[in-house]
Design a protein. Structure first.
Length: 129
């Protein structure tokens, strides 16, 4: 659960210098939510979340090899200690399907009312943990 706030920094695609091991002071979960909420209905549904995570994956894949390697983890807000959890096949890299599956576990944990959508309040609650 300690990785949920770190994970949600990925809702906003930052510049390379903005990635870090924890949300930056002044990071605005409301702005992150609004940017990921593509249809502006006040909720991030699973489709919007999936699209955002695909963008994050390809942004983080700095060598454009189609996989995330340990040296690219900071770009995807995946902590080294969580790498083995995301690397399901143990090949030393994270594929897009592995990344999406890993991220959706966090989505499901943050979705406190289990309605398949993240409200701004649910995203904010993650940052308060």
């Amino acid at each position: 659960m300690r990785w949920l706030p770190i994970f949600f920094t990925a809702l906003v695609l930052p510049t390379a210098s903005a990635w870090a091991d924890a949300p930056k002071p002044g990071y605005d979960p409301r702005a992150a939510h609004a940017e990921a909420d593509l249809d502006a209905d006040g909720q991030i549904d699973r489709r919007e979340f999936h699209l955002r995570m695909v963008e994050v994956f390809f942004h983080a894949d700095t060598d454009k090899g189609g996989f995330l390697k340990p040296e690219e983890l900071d770009q995807a807000t995946v902590l080294e200690e969580d790498f083995s959890g995301a690397d399901r096949d143990g090949d030393g890299r994270i594929s897009l399907p592995e990344f999406i599956e890993y991220r959706f576990h966090a989505f499901d944990e943050a979705d406190s009312d289990s309605n398949g959508r993240l409200s701004v309040e649910e995203v904010i609650a993650v940052f308060e943990r």
